[in-house]
Design a binder for this molecule. Structure first.
Ligand code: AMP
Ligand code: ZN
Ligand code: ZN
Length: 327
């Protein structure tokens, strides 16, 4: 069972997970990649459903599952106790890591990936996320749900089979509080509506824009080829968006990954879904960050939070536009 500890220097929570080192990993030890094989079957492949807890939700087709959401066997957040903060001493503040931790196996294909999705499959991934987020928001102890897709060992994935994760947290994490504050402080309407408008006029950082979704290399990109995907409709929560918008965002994510692969091949990446905390009604506009893992952050970035980006976003955008199917 894990728990939370507050870092009094930053005001941010840290999750301490004691027994997670026991988890299986396709990628450990770090130097030699151990792939699943006959002795280590992939728990997320069809035929090995008994290796995972029972599915919470599946999408079936022709008698087989196409997508599966399962409880994480090694949850970092678990249980439905309300959030209670315990002051163990003047600088020791602790809380239970209650919440939800799910794995979203979005394809039965071990060698698949979001980049290989058809339009319908990309749309269905987003509709499944919408449904899971609706379920999470109905739980009173879950304040915010972080959706992520880690791809590749360098991006933190422990299993090679394509999958995402949903982490329902009993608190709103620092990163989200900062974004919320920025939206609240901004005086020109909505930051991301203004970003879409400004970038479409300028065009130098736009990778592609469809009727419903815009993919840019943000002016403030902190890492090479970092991308931002924004739905054009001003929706706070992902769950507020229409199915058409969600489908368009799924396709846009797929297309941005395809463009990235054209340039860099099968690189590791993190897809980070930022949607307003459940029941939050202030200023926000949901979006997706794509962080390709092309460099490692080092002491300066750790020490200051100031990123050094050696590829100007305008330069990344030129290259990505060049190979993009939609540009
Ligand atoms: P990642 O670390 O991003 O590759 O995500 C893989 C997740 O799957 C990890 O959080 C593991 O805890 C979880 N996991 C590993 N094996 C199983 C299993 N058999 N059933 C359910 N979840 C699992
Ligand atoms: Zn597999
Ligand atoms: Zn964000």
């Amino acid at each position: 069972m894990s728990h939370l500890r507050l870092n009094p220097l930053t005001g941010r929570w840290v999750t301490i997970v004691a027994d997670r080192a026991e988890r299986p990993s396709d990628f450990a030890p770090r130097v030699a990649q151990i792939e699943s094989g006959p002795e280590r079957p992939c728990p997320f492949c069809p035929g090995h459903e008994e290796a995972t807890p029972s599915a919470l939700e599946t999408v079936d087709e022709g008698g087989h599952w196409r997508m599966r959401v399962i409880p994480n066997l090694y949850p970092a957040f678990d249980g439905d106790e309300p959030f209670a903060v315990h002051h163990l001493g003047p600088v020791h503040v602790q809380a239970e890591a209650s919440g939800i931790h799910e794995v979203f196996v979005y394809t039965p294909d071990h060698e698949g990936g979001v980049h290989l999705s058809t339009d319908d499959e990309a749309g269905d991934i987003m509709l499944m996320l919408k449904h899971r987020l609706q379920e999470h928001s109905a739980k009173s102890h879950v304040r915010y749900t972080q959706v992520i897709i880690n791809h590749g060992r360098e991006a933190g994935a422990s299993l090679a089979h394509p999958h995402g994760q949903l982490l329902g947290l009993p608190f709103v994490p620092g990163e989200m509080i900062e974004e919320e504050r920025a939206f609240t402080r901004f005086e020109g309407g909505c930051i991301l509506c203004a970003t879409v408008e400004a970038e479409l006029v300028d065009a130098t950082r736009v990778i592609f824009a469809t009727d419903d979704a815009v993919c840019i290399s943000p002016f403030w990109a902190g890492a090479p080829f970092e991308l931002l995907l924004i739905p054009r409709s001003h929706d706070l929560h992902l769950t507020d968006s229409s199915d058409d918008t969600l489908r368009a965002m799924g396709i846009a994510i797929r297309d941005s990954l395809l463009a990235m692969r054209e340039i860099h091949g099968d690189i590791a990446y993190n897809l980070v879904f930022h949607t307003a905390p459940h029941h939050y009604n202030g200023a926000y506009h949901w979006h997706v960050h794509l962080f390709p893992k092309l460099v490692t952050t080092a002491g300066f970035e750790r020490g200051t939070g100031v990123m050094i980006n050696i590829v100007p976003p305008e330069q990344a955008a030129v290259q990505l536009r060049h190979v993009s199917v939609r540009a």
